[in-house]
Design a protein around this ligand. Structure first.
Ligand SMILES: Nc1ncnc2c1ncn2[C@@H]1O[C@H](COP(=O)(O)OP(=O)(O)OP(=O)(O)O)[C@@H](O)[C@H]1O
Length: 268
């Protein structure tokens, strides 16, 4: 299944989006990431992170600029074509959703279904694999609505994997997860060969996880680059209005720094 899939390159050119002409929530955002990259988008509440993601998965149409996957503008593709390439894991959890865990993960196969045909052996195999990958096999028969927030989150990630996409876009995937599951999910995403774009609020998780980091403030890209270049006390203080202190980890195979953040003293 997705273990053998490879990521796609993503290019965003001079992207603008807003719900009204006088309200631009994404402004002149421009970046490129290589296939297999893991981009973490950071920024304060209301910075436009979710709005930017919506443009990336073709839910919001840019008012200017473009989003290209492997050189092809996503608005030149059908929604179904995009769904075969890009899977999305959102924060919203439907509260009353009368489906089993297996059914929800099976929904990831819908963009791959041909005509009115039923599920194939390959569909079932892919779903079983995704359930195993997310440690959900024992919950496959449970009603989705009866799961904890963290379990639901893992089901939605399994659904994204079952889709066999080349890019996975996630909005705050660690929100409902305890620290063990946060690390497990990010480790799992790290082992895939796919391109990952995710918003994260935890700067230290982003430093560990990402190959590329974007800091968004007021809809604009304040910084973009490798974590070691972008995540520094000055940039974090400017973006979040906090005092950031870097601590050297001295651990190989891990981010070189972690950060502690404290509220800035108000200057009277
Ligand atoms: N359709 C809309 N109409 C008007 N305002 C909107 C619309 N969509 C988003 N906004 C506002 O635009 C700003 C950016 O929203 P967005 O959800 O993209 O930010 P965010 O960085 O994801 O925030 P958070 O970290 O709080 O989730 C917010 O102030 C939000 O209320």
């Amino acid at each position: 299944m997705s273990c053998t899939a490879t990521g796609a390159g993503l290019r965003v050119r001079a992207l603008d989006w807003g719900p009204r002409p006088d309200l631009r929530l994404v402004r002149e955002v421009d970046f490129a990431i290589a296939p297999g990259s893991r981009l973490a988008i950071l920024g304060p509440n209301g910075a436009g992170k979710t709005s930017l993601l919506r443009c990336l998965y073709r839910s919001a149409q840019p008012t200017a600029g473009s989003v290209e996957v492997d050189g092809v503008d996503i608005w030149s593709m059908t929604a179904r074509e995009v769904a075969r390439i890009i899977a999305v894991v959102l924060q919203e959890m439907p509260s009353d959703f009368p489906f089993s865990v297996r059914d929800v993960v099976m929904m990831g196969r819908i963009p791959r279904r041909e005509g009115m045909s039923g599920w194939t052996a390959r569909d079932r195999e892919t779903v079983a694999h995704a359930l195993e990958h997310l440690d959900l096999a024992h919950l496959a028969g449970r009603q989705f609505s009866t799961l904890s927030g963290g379990e639901k989150q893992r089901v939605l990630i399994a659904r994204a994997l079952a889709q066999q996409p080349r890019i996975i876009i996630l909005d705050e995937p660690t929100n409902h997860l305890d620290i063990r599951h946060q690390l497990e999910i990010l480790d799992l995403l790290q082992t895939l060969q796919l391109t990952i774009v995710t918003t994260l609020h935890d700067i230290n998780l982003a430093a560990e996880f990402a190959t590329d980091v974007a800091i968004l403030t007021e809809g604009r890209m304040a910084a973009f680059g490798a974590p070691e270049d972008v995540l520094n006390p000055q940039a974090l203080s400017a973006a979040f209005g906090v005092t950031a202190t870097a601590h050297s980890n001295g651990v190989s195979n891990s981010a070189r720094f972690s950060f502690s953040l404290t509220r800035q003293e108000l200057i009277s």
